[in-house]
Design a protein around this ligand. Structure first.
Ligand code: PRP
Ligand code: URA
Length: 205
């Protein structure tokens, strides 16, 4: 299942992320804002429970989030930019990291780091801004499942159809939440129109 963010503000932010003249400081702030929107859009099924309170005018029973731990697993390095928005909006989040780096020639991802909190029984969201061939995401979801995660969600800013198809082929149970679905990959496996190398744009490398 793929779900694409539908909001004029998302389009606005993504256009500025794509713009090659956007500087890293602005790029980081835009990535934060867009991820905040994705964090909300990817969790619309969180459970709530009633909580009786008193407003300044009368008693009222509202809804609050049930205790349901969320784990965000960021794919290094660009996925780090998507962690803070989750920490800022949800009360009970723990964070794991999976280090994966695409080879510049083959575009095949190599694993170099893994540090995960307990995943069993928790809602797991794997975050990585770019879903290109899908190789990194498939590997990260493999690791999540090997460590007890069930039906993780994948949250990305930009996805290529090729990457979505690859994730669906290997992990049909994993839903994919994206800011935008782009056209295709180029011969070097970069997303078109895309925004270039997200990590480089983020950190000015
Ligand atoms: C980028 C991006 C994804 C990956 C997507 O990372 O952040 O992790 O490419 O490509 P794929 O779908 O073809 O696997 P990269 O490997 O460039 O590493 P970086 O984050 O350290 O720059
Ligand atoms: N990783 C990126 O950062 N950008 C792409 O277009 C593809 C993979």
């Amino acid at each position: 299942m793929i779900r694409v963010l539908k909001h004029p503000l998302a389009e606005h932010i993504i256009t500025h992320l794509r713009d090659r003249t956007t500087k890293p400081a602005t790029f980081r702030s835009l990535a934060y804002q867009l991820t905040l929107m994705l964090a909300i859009d990817a969790t619309t099924d969180l459970e709530t429970e009633p909580k009786p309170i008193e407003t300044p005018l009368e008693p009222f029973t509202g809804q609050v989030l049930k205790h349901q731990p969320i784990v965000v697993v960021a794919i290094l390095r660009a996925g780090v930019s998507m962690v803070q928005p989750f920490l800022d909006v949800f009360p009970d989040v723990s964070v794991g990291y999976v280090g994966l780096e695409r080879d510049h020639v083959t575009a095949v991802a190599r694993s170099y780091y893994c540090k995960l909190p307990p995943l069993a029984g928790r809602r797991v969201l794997v975050v990585d801004p770019m879903l290109a061939t899908g190789g990194s995401a498939v590997q990260a979801i493999d690791v999540v499942k090997q460590n007890g995660g069930v039906s993780p969600r994948l949250v990305c800013i930009i996805a290529a159809p090729e990457g979505v198809a690859e994730v669906e082929r290997h992990h049909p149970d994993a839903s994919v939440h994206v800011g935008v679905l782009d056209r295709a990959l180029n011969s070097k496996k970069y997303i078109l129109p895309g925004l270039g190398d997200f990590g480089d744009r983020l950190y000015g490398t």
